[in-house]
Design a binder for this molecule. Sequence first.
Ligand code: ATP
Length: 341
Amino acid sequence: MGNPKEIAATLIRGDGIGPEIMEAVLRVLEAVGAPFRWEEQTAGMAASKTDGDPLPAPVLEGIRKTKLALKGPLTTPVGGGFRSVNVRLREAFKLFANVRPARTYLPGGRYEDIDIVLIRENTQGFYVGFEHVIPIDDDPRAVAVASGIITRSGCRRIAEFAFSYALSHGRKKITIVHKANILKMLTGLFLETAQEVGKKYAGRVEVEERIVDNCAMQLVLNPHQFDMILTTNMFGDILSDEIAGLVGGLGLAPGGNIGADAAIFEAVHGSAPDIAGQGIANPSALLLASAMMLDYVGESEGAQLLRGALYRVVHEDRIWTKDLGGATSTRDFASALINRL
Ligand code: ATP
């Protein structure tokens, strides 16, 4: 009989530095007593060599069963007509919410004590890819047209997600970010629906709204005024990288893709082929993704322990991998975390 508290979860080590950083994360998760029972699957380059597909059917079936995955960075092979693995996962599991927290770990940056969570709608807006060109005379691409699609139900779904996330994570304020002064219909519907949902949470979560360009500037001028940001697909894409920049870049940026049928947690950075196999990669982003995963399954205590250890190692002990300006190996970095737990 297995441990009744065990939670089945899919594990994908990924390409490039994926296996090295995943190894480090698994050691730390073990030390924290994380309840996951891993079911490992192979995707990415390795899978495309053996199966002819970077996202073979067993990976999808595995995630369909566990509804939960921790994923290392995956490379979609260039050429061969493969569609992005991440986009396919998003479609297969209707991963409508992208959660991007940004928190200060590295000392000496432009700002201290940043703690912002951005919730990005992940499936609608201009990124649906409804585009076409119109030829005129001898110019085949004389006119380009793109349509953004936003549905009221899609807006409601992401807003409900954001507000319930605020309550369950002790967040106090949500800033709805839009461009309803220009894209009156498209992002107007997003704003209106998010505000409607927000009314149900009156007294529990404060709501404000910002136009996206002003929000981008305010984030640089005074990021401490923000708690959570709720926004559309394209604005979220841009602002989530901006908030990662406020805390020192993508090296410490985790992400969660959450939907009706599954939740997949990952580091935001790619497979870093330039340093793969050298044992110097920074496992922090994937580690923070695993902390989000612990929160997601209700193991907040483990998640807090893990984030606390990372804060002490990076902020107080100043133990850093090469990308952060230090010389500690991936393995030693993980050992330092385990010592701090
Ligand atoms: P991909 O196509 O997989 O996104 P990429 O090279 O375009 O790959 P990243 O993999 O994110 O993008 O790498 C960008 C730069 O950041 C590289 O120089 C890489 O070495 C570095 N980098 C990314 N992740 C890490 C990490 N975890 N630790 C150390 N350096 C990293």
